[in-house]
Write a protein that binds this ligand. Sequence first.
Ligand code: GTP
Ligand code: MN
Ligand code: MN
Length: 621
Amino acid sequence: MADNGTATTGTTALNREVQQSLDNPPTDYRELVDWVRGIAELAQPDHIHWADGSEAEWTRLTDLMVEAGTLVRLSDEKLPNSFAAFSDPEDVARVEERTFICTKTEKGAGPTNNWEDPTAMKETLTKRFNGAMRGRTMYVIPFVMGSLDAQKPQYGVEITDSPYVVCSMRIMATIGTPVLERMSRDKAEFVECVHSLGAPLQPGEQDVPWPCNPAKYIVQFPEDRAIWSFGSGYGGNALLGKKCYALRIASAIAHDEGWLAEHMLILKITDPQGESHYIAGAFPSACGKTNFAMLEPTIEGWKAEMVGDDIAWIRFGKDHTPRVVNPEAGLFGVAPGTGWSTNPNAMRAIERGNTIFTNVALTDDGGVWWEGMTDDIPEHLTDWKGNDWTPQSGRPAAHPNSRFCTPIKQVEILAPEYDDPEGVPLSAIIFGGRRKTTVPLVSESFGWEHGVFQGATLSSETTAAAKGAVGVVRRDPMAMLPFIGYNANDYLEHWLNTGARVGEENMPRIYYVNWFRRTPEGGFAWPGFGENSRVVKWIVERLKGTAEGHETPVGVVPGKEDLDLTGLDISDADLEAALRVDKDEWLNELPGIDEWFARLGDVPEVILEQRAGLEDRLRNS
Ligand code: GTP
Ligand code: MN
Ligand code: MN
């Protein structure tokens, strides 16, 4: 743990209650307590509470939030122990333009991140956090990402003034007493995570249901392994174990230690012979990871189970086998588009309760609804902004980035080995984005370096998962653009080096998919969702060497006859539109790739060679 330069700047003495609490902490881990004290001196909370992670604590905090108007309790019959939260309309998604990677040099953060000098940023944050928790309770949440029984458990401690964050973190990670005990026993290193809504209360001031601050800072200090987040209470901005730690900080740790921390789902697929494979998939936010992770195969005899739906840590053992773990304990899934027809597994998990919904609509009988949940549209709802809503309202009832936060153990098709501290062996990696044109349903890379090139140029039309325009083609390397905690060029180099070190023959094979290609009429060419199992089957058979495909300039692509289309109602024209590799479309793609590489500036030579190879193949085919 490095000193963040803020711990000694406390200006005012602590109130007696906080002082006493810090003098009698629930741990003998001195460095931890000193760090907590430093933050308390700076932020000046009225109370302090060490989260134990218990059921009783959850009940107390959710009761408190219901009273404060932050949460609405949902019908116990429909959704037991579940709640709906409604955020400030200005605090609804990750704020990429306010996300900073503070490395010693600007080059360390690279061309794709916002960089600030760490010393200057610490000064800014010290000012922002000064007194930021006045009138509030400071919660201390010890947590671990991944298993507490891992060889080296990845600990963190989040300090926050948001009870919504405490309850959400309890769903998303292992938190509380068992973690604190193990951490304290081993005097283990932990990632320092400091979060404040930035909305102190004056004595007697009435609180609002969703306090936050118009000025937002989501700041990573990868070299210090520290995170400071200010002003937002939502999702990835505030649940610091998730994107900030398990991706941004972990990617920097992974770079140093020789593994990969990736924005990937993990799927277990078992064929009719009972043989299982594990496949990871990197799709940008709101491009189908959670849906794909909960796939219900439509082909006879194939079984899919879920290991993870958002984050994958891939390590390489002594035998060079890639092994992957899902470091999370919950789902923080996009609600709209998740429905009984598209993702029944998610719906069943949610129905078991213990869920916090954010920015969905409320039904009149104490349930929730969002666009795409059911085919029938309710006659009347309360929309996410609290207004009356009818199908005639002409606006969405749920925010497009509304989410459900549900314990992963409620997923019926969760693979029993999902929390194996050693992880599961990884056979294939799939890259995919939302592209209306150009990118075929599936292609297999020619090898590791070509696959890394495919990942490096992965592109997608933007969605509502981040603030900004929707529908613009954006390059998103390995679906990690907003999450690489260091220089993107070094990140690509790290992928190449890892392949070279571990040996191509040991690495997972790489595939590139696109469920979102359109027909000339504008509809989706491929039905997607459960039908994607047909693509998975082709991938598994390729791994086993039993499926055919034809070489195209962009990779090996199945023909119609190579896919199992039994029982699928799809026209030849649609299938053709889904699978087609069009030379002109791809030649048109090159300037976009070149523009992207120009922005990166320092692209590894091997990737540039792959770019040249693609053009050669296109021109000579
Ligand atoms: P984050 O959790 O933000 O990282 O996103 P995600 O990748 O998990 O996205 P999610 O699975 O929640 O997908 C969201 C959107 O993709 C929804 O609108 C779905 O309807 C749509 N979607 C998912 N799979 C498919 C598919 O196979 N075909 C089509 N057409 N749409 C899909
Ligand atoms: Mn995600
Ligand atoms: Mn998801």
